[in-house]
Design a protein. Structure first.
Length: 281
């Protein structure tokens, strides 16, 4: 009786080595960002030294960094930072609440939408800086005036996105809810609000940046209650441009941080939306 030898086992191929860190770096966009930043820093450092611009108004990068370190080491700006961020938080909460309420009322009531929308658009079309002297005259130089200006600036995107988002469901979806004998509240909570929530979160995120901008602008105009805007105006009046650029850098860092926090909140709240899933990946 003969036995059949088992077929030879094919040799395993060696695993293909993955790309090196240099290949990943060169093939991605990181080198573009790093190169661009390096070019900007080099230009910032050497261009003022050519004498083509006034170094008092345009200090070098190293001088700006030294001023930034001086600002951070001084510690006197923490109170201004607290005043600015507290005003931003209050204005954002009020603006989002007011904008959401307006959006729901106008998005669910055609009569109210036709009656109020023209006036709201007229207020939005008005340059908000024009309202600053009025608000300062009515509310004084305290935090109330800058909060009011920031609320007027930031509520509009929440209102528009809420009103438009509530109208996103199709006519067939409304007919389906009607055939199921859903109440008006059930139609709102089960159909309209979930459909509108991704757009509402976009408006909420936009309102956060607008509230920050409104508070900074109001602080620059009033400059008596404190804040980063007031600090910027004081340094500019002293022609201390290094410290001005330092405060601007802090404002940019805060803006990026606020947007990042808003992105995280948006992904948590509207985790089912396609945009949130794409950003997770």
């Amino acid at each position: 009786m003969t036995t059949t030898a088992p077929p030879p086992t094919p040799a395993r191929s060696a695993p293909t080595p993955g790309p090196t860190w240099w290949e990943r770096f060169r093939g991605g966009s990181a080198w573009i960002v790093i190169t661009t930043v390096a070019v900007i820093i080099a230009f910032w450092e050497f261009f003022p030294q050519t004498g083509l611009v006034n170094r008092v108004l345009f200090p070098t990068f190293s001088e700006t960094v030294a001023a930034f370190v001086q600002l951070l080491g001084g510690g006197y700006w923490w109170d201004d930072l607290a005043k600015t961020m507290s005003a931003v938080a209050i204005a954002w909460v009020i603006g989002v609440a007011f904008g959401f309420t307006m959006g729901v009322v106008l998005g669910t009531s055609p009569f109210m939408r036709q009656a109020i929308t023209p006036y709201a658009i007229a207020v939005q079309a008005l340059p908000k800086v024009v309202l600053a002297p009025l608000l300062i005259g009515w509310l004084g130089f305290g935090p109330e005036s800058k909060i009011a200006l920031a609320v007027i600036i930031c509520f509009f995107p929440v209102w528009i996105d809420t009103m438009v988002g509530l109208a996103l469901p199709s006519a067939n979806e409304f007919k389906l809810m009607k055939s199921l004998k859903a109440s008006r509240w059930q139609v709102f909570t089960k159909l309209q609000l979930p459909s509108a929530l991704p757009m509402i979160m976009v408006g909420v995120k936009h309102a956060l940046l607008l509230a920050f901008t409104g508070v900074i602008v109001a602080e620059i105009l009033s400059a008596s209650d404190g804040g980063l805007g007031k600090l910027t105006k004081e340094f500019a009046s002293q022609l201390n441009m290094g410290l001005v650029y330092s405060v601007v850098t802090i404002v940019v860092i805060l803006s990026i941080t606020l947007v990042s926090i808003a992105d995280v909140i948006e992904r948590r709240v509207v985790f089912w939306s396609e945009e949130s899933r794409a950003r997770r990946k």
